[in-house]
Design a protein around this ligand. Structure first.
Ligand SMILES: [Ca+2]
Ligand SMILES: [Ca+2]
Length: 100
C-alpha cells in the first residue's frame, strides 16, 4: 500500500488509489462531496449516493449501517460532531486513509 502524501482535489477519487487525509481534511471532503443539500449533516441518502458513486453494491443497506454506527445522538443523520465516527466507514468504502 503506497503512502500518498498528495491529496487529489480534482473531483472524485476513482479507482483503487487510496487518498490519505487527516481528520480535518476528511471533514471538509465529506461536507463538500457528500453533503448534497449543504446542511452540514450527512443523511442516509447522501451516504448511499456516495457509496453508489464508488460502484459498490447494496449502497442503501451499507449507508444505513454506516449511519447507525456513526449516529451517536440517534437523530438519524451524521452531524458535524459525529463525522469522525464515519472515518472507519470511509476507510472501508471510500478508499480513504485517515492519518492523524
Ligand atoms: Ca446533508
Ligand atoms: Ca446524529
Amino acid at each position: 500500500m503506497g503512502f500518498d502524501m498528495g491529496i487529489n482535489n480534482r473531483g472524485e477519487n476513482k479507482g483503487n488509489a487510496k487518498v490519505a487525509m487527516n481528520m480535518e481534511e476528511f471533514k471538509k471532503w465529506l461536507l463538500r462531496d457528500l453533503d448534497a443539500d449543504q446542511d452540514g449533516k450527512i443523511s442516509k441518502d447522501e451516504l448511499a449516493g456516495a457509496v453508489r458513486r464508488r460502484g459498490e453494491w447494496f449502497a442503501g443497506w451499507r449507508a444505513r449501517k454506516g449511519i447507525r454506527s456513526a449516529d451517536s445522538n440517534r437523530n438519524g443523520v451524521v452531524d458535524e460532531i459525529e463525522i469522525a465516527n464515519l472515518a472507519e466507514f470511509a476507510q472501508k468504502h471510500f478508499g480513504i486513509m485517515i492519518i492523524c
